[in-house]
Design a protein around this ligand. Structure first.
Ligand code: GDP
Length: 691
C-alpha cells in the first residue's frame, strides 16, 4: 500500500488554497442512488457514525464533499467544515445538525444547489477516502416540490459522475436492478462499466438466493463488481447508544450474522459482501484511480504552473515580493519622508503658525473693542486722520481708552494661550502626518492609515495637558506686566500694518463675492443705499423684514447687510492704516493707547516667542523622538503574520502580485510532491513486474 490516496488528499488540500481551477481535480468516489435506496446508511456504516441529514423533506440539497482521513493515534474522532471555520467538531450529532442547516439553507425554489459542502472526518477508524454524496434521485415529484426537481437532481449528479471519478451506484435489493436509477445514470457516462462499483443494499430484505443472483448479475456487468451489504443500524441494544459510539462494529456484526447464516454468501461463493469488503474495495479502487490519474494530474499542474510563471514574468517582471518586504519598504519610505518633514518643521514654522493665530485673535479683539463705533462717530476726528485721537484728548475719555487697552491686552494674555498654542501645533503636526500618509504607499491601506494617525494622535494627546500647562505657566508674567522697548514697537508697527492690509484684502474679496452673488454693482448699490436709509431712520421697516422690503427679497436684504458690514469694516481698516502711518503711532510713548493694533501685536509677539520655546521642547522634540518608534511598534514587529498579510492585501495590485507568487510556490510544491509519488509508484510497478 503506497498511501497514495492520503498523499493525494494532502495535495488536493494544497491545491484548494491555490484557488478553484477546474483543470486540477483529483478523483473522488461519487455516491449516487435513489431516495431511500440506503445510500446514507452505507456512507454512515463506512464512516462509523450517523452524521448525514435525515428526514423526508429532501434533506440533501447540496453535494457533500466528504474527505475521510485515517488518523492513527487520536483519541477522539472529529469532523471539520473547512469553509465554516467552526473548528473540530467531536459530536457527530452536531455535524448532522450543521449539515442539515446547510442543506436546508438552499431555498425550496432552487431545490438543489451545486455549491458543495466540504466536510473532513479524522479518525483512526476510517480509511483514507474522498467521497461525494449527492442528493438522491427521486422517482415521482412530490406535490409540494417544483416540477423540474427531478431533472435538476439528475443534472447535478451527471456533473459529478464524469471521469476520473469512480461511481458508487447504490441500488436496493428489493427493487429490480432494471429499475435502478443509479445504474442507469452510471451506464450513460460509463457504458462499459469500468469505473462503477455496484452496491446492493438491504440484502436482508430478499431471499438469500435472489440476493446472490443479483450480485452475480450478468445483465449489467461491472468490471469493479457488486458488493452486497446490510448496512441498517440494528435496533438499539442496552449497551449501545446511537450518535455517541462508533456504529461500524455493530453494523458489521449484524451484517456478518446475516451473511454467515446463508450459505449462498459463503467465502467459496466468490461473492463480495459486507461493509468491510466494501471499504477495502473503495480504498483499493480509489488508490488505483489516483495512481492512474497521477500523470494527468502532473500534466495539469505543470500547465497551471507554466501559466502562473508566465503571468509572474509578464505582469510583475519576475519581481519577488512578500507581504513582509512590502510592509518594511513602505514603512522605511514613510519614516524617511517623516524625517525630511521634521527637518523643515521646527521653531520658526511653529512660531509663524502661532503668530498667525494670535494675529487673528488680535483682529477679533480690535473689532470687538475698537471698531464697533459707527463709522460717522469715528470719522468725527478727521483732522489728523486718527479716529481715536480726539477720543483720547479729554481726561475722562483717556481713562476709557486706557481701560480699553488694558482689557484688550488682558483678554489676549488670558485667552488660554497654553491650550491654544498646543492645539495649533498638535493640529499642524497631525495634518502634516496626514499629508505624508496621503503621499505614501500607505494611502491605499486603511488599516495602516489608521495605525499611523493613531500613533500620532496618541503621542500628541499624551503630551497635550502637560504641554499646555507648561506654556500657560511661562506666559504668566505677561498677564501682569508688559515691557515694551522702541525696537519692538517699530517692528510691531510694521507687522500690524501688514495684518490690517491682509484683513482689508479679505474684506474686499468678500465684498466682491457678495457683489457677484447679488448680480452686479448696480444692484448692490441699490440695496446698500436702502439699508443705509433704514439705518439712518429715513425708512421704517414694517416687521423684521423677513418677507423682504423696498422691493428687495429677504435674501437680497441679508446679502445687502453683509455688504454694508464689509464696506464699513473696510473703511475703518483703511482709516486705521492711515493712523498707523501717522506720527502718533511712530513711537510707544505717543502711540500706546492710540495705536492698540501695535501694542497688541507686541503682546502677541511676546506670547508667541515664549510659547514656542516650550512647545519646541515639550511637544515637537518629544513627537519627533517617539513617533518613528511608535510606528515600528504598530506597523513593524508588533504585527502578526496574518496582520501583515491582511495589510499588504488591502492594495489590490499587491494582493494579485502576492497571489501569483503564492500560486507559483504552491504549484511548485505540489508538482514536486506529485513527481516524487510518481517516481515511487513507477518503482513499485517495476518491482512488481520483476517479481
Ligand atoms: P437514503 O435515502 O438512500 O439515504 O436511504 P437511508 O439510508 O436513509 O435508508 C432508507 C431506509 O432504509 C431507512 O429506513 C433505513 O433504515 C433502511 N435501510 C437502509 N439500509 C438497509 C438494509 O441494509 N436493510 C434494511 N432492512 N433496511 C435498510
Amino acid at each position: 500500500m503506497m498511501m497514495l490516496t492520503k498523499k493525494m488528499i494532502e495535495i488536493r488540500n494544497i491545491l484548494s488554497q491555490v484557488g478553484q481551477s477546474g483543470t486540477l481535480t483529483l478523483p473522488s468516489i461519487v455516491v449516487i442512488g435513489s431516495q431511500s435506496s440506503g445510500k446514507s446508511s452505507v456512507l454512515e456504516a463506512i464512516v462509523g457514525h450517523e452524521f448525514l441529514p435525515k428526514g423526508s423533506n429532501m434533506v440533501t440539497r447540496r453535494p457533500i464533499e466528504l474527505t475521510l482521513i485515517n488518523t492513527p493515534g487520536i483519541n477522539t474522532e472529529y469532523g471539520e467544515f473547512a469553509q465554516l471555520g467552526l473548528g473540530k467538531i467531536t459530536d457527530f450529532s452536531q455535524i448532522q445538525k450543521t449539515l442539515t442547516d446547510l442543506n436546508l439553507a438552499v431555498p425550496a425554489s432552487e431545490c438543489v444547489s451545486d455549491d458543495p459542502i466540504r466536510l473532513s472526518i479524522y479518525s483512526p477508524n476510517v480509511p483514507d477516502l474522498s467521497l461525494i454524496d449527492l442528493p438522491g434521485y427521486i422517482q415521482v415529484v412530490g406535490s409540494d416540490q417544483p416540477l423540474e426537481l427531478k431533472q435538476k437532481i439528475s443534472d447535478l449528479c451527471d456533473k459529478y459522475i464524469q471521469p476520473p471519478n469512480v461511481i458508487l451506484a447504490i441500488s436496493a435489493a428489493d427493487v429490480d436492478l432494471a429499475n435502478s436509477t443509479a445504474l442507469r445514470a452510471s451506464r450513460r457516462v460509463d457504458p462499459r462499466g469500468e469505473r462503477t462499483i455496484g452496491v446492493i443494499t438491504k440484502m436482508d430484505l430478499v431471499e438469500a438466493d435472489r440476493g446472490a443472483s443479483i450480485l452475480n448479475d450478468k445483465k449489467y456487468p461491472l468490471r469493479l463488481g457488486y458488493v452486497g451489504v446490510v448496512s441498517k443500524v440494528p435496533q438499539q441494544t442496552g449497551l449501545f447508544t446511537r450518535n455517541t459510539g462508533n456504529i461500524t462494529s455493530i453494523v458489521t456484526k449484524n451484517e456478518n450474522a446475516y451473511f454467515t447464516a446463508h450459505s449462498e454468501f459463503s467465502p467459496d461463493s466468490g461473492l463480495a459482501v459486507g461493509t468491510t469488503t466494501l471499504r477495502k474495495k473503495l480504498m483499493h479502487v480509489l488508490e488505483n484511480t489516483m495512481a492512474a490519474s497521477l500523470q494527468t494530474t502532473i500534466d495539469a499542474i505543470r500547465l497551471e504552473l507554466e501559466e502562473a510563471s508566465y503571468e509572474f514574468k509578464v505582469q510583475y517582471n519576475d519581481r519577488p515580493l512578500s507581504a513582509d518586504s512590502y510592509l518594511a519598504e513602505a514603512l522605511d519610505a514613510f519614516k524617511h519622508s517623516f524625517k525630511a518633514f521634521a527637518e523643515t518643521f521646527g521653531r520658526p514654522q511653529v512660531r509663524e503658525l502661532l503668530k498667525a493665530e494670535l494675529d487673528q485673535r488680535v483682529l477679533d479683539l480690535l473689532a470687538q473693542r475698537y471698531w464697533n463705533k459707527p463709522i460717522t462717530e469715528l470719522a468725527a476726528s478727521r483732522p489728523d486722520l486718527n479716529p481715536l485721537s480726539t477720543l483720547t484728548q479729554s481726561g475722562e475719555e483717556s481713562t476709557y481708552w486706557t481701560r480699553q487697552l488694558d482689557a484688550s491686552s488682558s483678554a489676549l494674555t488670558k485667552l488660554g494661550i497654553g491650550r491654544l498654542a498646543t492645539t495649533v501645533t498638535a493640529n499642524a503636526l497631525q495634518s502634516h502626518i496626514e499629508d505624508l500618509i496621503a503621499k505614501s504607499t500607505f494611502a491605499t491601506h486603511p488599516f495602516a492609515r489608521d495605525a499611523i494617525a493613531n500613533a500620532a494622535s496618541g503621542i500628541l494627546n499624551e503630551r497635550f495637558y502637560s504641554t499646555s500647562d507648561q506654556v500657560e505657566n511661562c506666559i504668566k508674567p505677561f498677564k501682569y506686566e508688559i515691557d515694551i522697548d522702541d525696537n519692538e514697537w517699530v517692528k510691531s508697527r510694521q507687522m500690524a500694518a501688514k495684518s490690517l492690509r491682509r484683513e482689508l484684502q479679505e474684506c474686499e474679496m468678500a465684498e466682491k463675492s457678495i457683489t457677484d452673488a447679488i448680480g452686479g454693482k448696480r444692484k448692490v448699490k441699490d440695496v446698500v443705499s436702502f439699508i443705509d436709509r433704514i439705518r439712518n431712520g429715513e425708512v421704517v421697516l414694517e416687521g423684521d423684514g423677513s418677507g423682504g422690503a423696498g422691493g428687495f427679497s429677504a435674501l437680497l436684504l441679508q446679502k445687502g447687510r453683509e455688504a454694508v458690514f464689509l464696506r464699513d469694516r473696510a473703511e475703518i481698516i483703511r482709516m486705521r492704516l492711515l493712523a498707523l502711518k501717522s506720527k502718533t503711532c511712530s513711537s510707544y510713548a505717543s502711540g500706546k493707547y492710540k495705536c492698540p493694533e501695535v501694542f497688541l501685536d507686541v503682546v502677541a509677539d511676546k506670547l508667541t516667542a515664549t510659547a514656542v520655546l516650550f512647545l519646541n521642547v515639550e511637544l515637537l522634540s518629544e513627537f519627533y523622538y517617539h513617533f518613528p518608534r511608535e510606528l515600528d511598534a504598530r506597523l513593524g514587529k508588533g504585527l502578526s503574520e496574518k496582520e501583515v498579510d491582511k495589510f499588504a492585501r488591502e492594495d489590490g495590485r499587491v494582493a494579485s502580485h502576492l497571489d501569483v507568487i503564492r500560486k507559483k510556490e504552491l504549484l511548485e510544491l505540489v508538482l514536486e510532491k506529485c513527481n516524487s509519488l510518481k517516481g515511487l509508484e513507477d518503482r513499485v510497478n517495476r518491482d512488481d513486474r520483476a517479481r
